[in-house]
Structures are given as structure tokens and as C-alpha cells.
Design a binder for this molecule. Structure first.
Ligand SMILES: Nc1ncnc2c1ncn2[C@@H]1O[C@H](COP(=O)(O)OP(=O)(O)OP(=O)(O)O)[C@@H](O)[C@H]1O
Length: 235
């Protein structure tokens, strides 16, 4: 990875606030959050349950709009965009990995990676096929490409989900508790894989987690408590 690429901001949040509910039911999930994430970073977002991790991931990836403040993604403001424009930004630039994998059960592992590429419309069929096999290969699961998710272990399903997130060649991968549903050894193997991909490709990773392994190995760790960023350490 080129060092000068790392210096460029992938995402900037300026005084971002996000609340849910009204009056006595109002919850301030993000309180004046300021954050800059550079290209190529591998960032763990940690904090207790209900501290605002998912709210932060949703805002920085354009799934949700903040109530106040500015969200810049690759130096462009997301604030003024309509849902279809946000959706276009997400499908072109972002990959998502979830705790419960979110694979389509009736499709094979290969089709779970291949069909989103076709639906996004960014690649012709032949290229999409090649990309799907390439990324299944790179996560070590090419030989299981014909199996449906129900015929795969949790770790294997997460590898398919990682291949799906990467196949679109996103600038940023956002992962919400990617090892949260895996045993420790499998979680470690998935973490090895994410770190290797980050190292090899320079893809930016932003990962919310309760996992101490992930926290120990991420190069940047941000702690959030009660909607506020309370620490930010880079090794
Ligand atoms: N759609 C919603 N409606 C109302 N309140 C919400 C909504 N989403 C989140 N909240 C509240 O906002 C606060 C932050 O929630 P968030 O899901 O961002 O936390 P989290 O750190 O991701 O939690 P967890 O680790 O349990 O997933 C919590 O008090 C939560 O109850």
C-alpha cells in the first residue's frame, strides 16, 4: 500500500448528533461526534451495549442521516443526498459485514457473492463471475462455492459474507460485530483474514466489536460511551 494514500480521509464526521424518539422517550445516541478516518485504516469501535456503535456506523456509511452535523465520505457531503443517491454511494464504495452473516439461504455461496454484483450493475456477467470466484478463493472457500449457507459452518458463512463485501471492490468495509456469532478460534481466523485483506489491498475497515482479540489487534481503537467518543488510540 502506498503511504501517501493513507493520509487521505475516507470519512469525516463533524459535530454529528443523532437522536431517536421524542420528549421523555428521546435518546441521544450520538452527541457532537467528531471523527476522521483515513484511507487504509483498520479501526475497532468499542463500547458497551447501547453506547452508540451501530448508530455511528449507520451515519458514517450513509445508512442514516444525522440530525445535526456533517458527514463527509471521500470528501463529499452525504447530508444533502436523497435516499437513491445514498444508495448509489453505498453500492459503489461500501461493503458491509454483519454479525449474523445475512446470506440468502436459498442461494449457493457463489450466487450470494455473484448476484449482488449483477444487481449493482457495475460489472458485466463474465467479470462478475470471475470476481465472485476470485474473492471466494481469497477467503479460502472456493471449493465450497456450490453449497448453500445452511450447509456451511458459521466461520465459512462469514467468509462468504466477507467475499460478498469485497467483491464490489469497496473503498471502505463496515463490519458490525463480525466475530460476535463465532467461537474464539473461528473469530481469530476471521480477524486474521480481515487484517490480511487490509494489509494487501489498503481497504479501510471500520469494525464495531465487543471482542478483546479484535481490540488488541486493531491498529486504531476508538471507545464510545453514552454517545460520546471517550478515547482514540493509534498504535
Ligand atoms: N431505532 C431506534 N429507536 C429508538 N432508540 C434507538 C434506536 N436505535 C438505537 N436506539 C438507542 O440508541 C442508543 C444507541 O444504540 P446503538 O444501537 O447505536 O448502540 P450499540 O452500541 O450499537 O449497542 P449494541 O452493542 O447493543 O448493538 C441506545 O440507547 C438504543 O436503545
Amino acid at each position: 500500500m502506498k503511504n501517501n494514500i493513507r493520509a487521505l480521509p475516507a470519512i469525516q464526521l463533524i459535530d454529528v448528533c443523532k437522536s431517536y424518539g421524542f420528549a421523555e422517550n428521546k435518546v441521544d445516541a450520538l452527541k457532537n461526534v467528531n471523527l476522521e478516518i483515513k484511507k487504509g485504516e483498520f479501526l475497532a469501535l468499542c463500547g458497551p451495549s447501547g453506547s452508540g456503535k451501530s448508530s455511528l456506523l449507520n451515519v458514517l456509511s450513509g445508512i442514516d442521516q444525522p440530525d445535526a452535523g456533517i458527514t463527509l465520505f471521500l470528501n463529499k457531503s452525504l447530508n444533502e443526498l436523497h435516499e437513491n443517491q445514498l444508495s448509489a454511494v453505498r453500492s459503489r464504495h461500501l461493503g458491509f459485514i454483519f454479525q449474523f452473516f445475512n446470506l440468502i439461504p436459498v442461494l449457493s455461496a457463489f450466487d450470494n457473492v455473484y448476484y449482488p454484483l449483477i444487481l449493482n450493475g457495475h460489472f458485466p456477467r463474465k467479470t462478475a463471475q470471475e470476481l465472485a470466484w476470485h474473492y471466494l478463493d481469497s477467503v479460502g472457500i472456493r471449493a465450497l462455492g456450490d453449497r448453500k449457507p445452511g450447509q456451511l459452518s458459521g466461520g465459512q458463512q462469514q467468509r462468504v459474507a466477507i467475499a460478498r463485501a469485497l467483491a464490489n471492490q469497496p473503498d471502505v468495509v463496515v463490519a458490525d460485530e463480525p466475530t460476535g456469532n463465532l467461537d474464539m478460534a473461528t473469530g481469530d481466523a476471521i480477524l486474521d483474514l480481515l487484517l490480511r485483506i487490509n494489509q494487501d489491498t489498503g481497504t479501510t475497515f471500520i469494525i464495531s466489536t465487543h471482542s478483546t482479540q479484535l481490540k488488541d489487534r486493531a491498529r486504531r481503537v476508538i471507545e464510545i460511551e453514552d454517545g460520546e467518543l471517550v478515547s482514540d488510540s493509534i498504535r
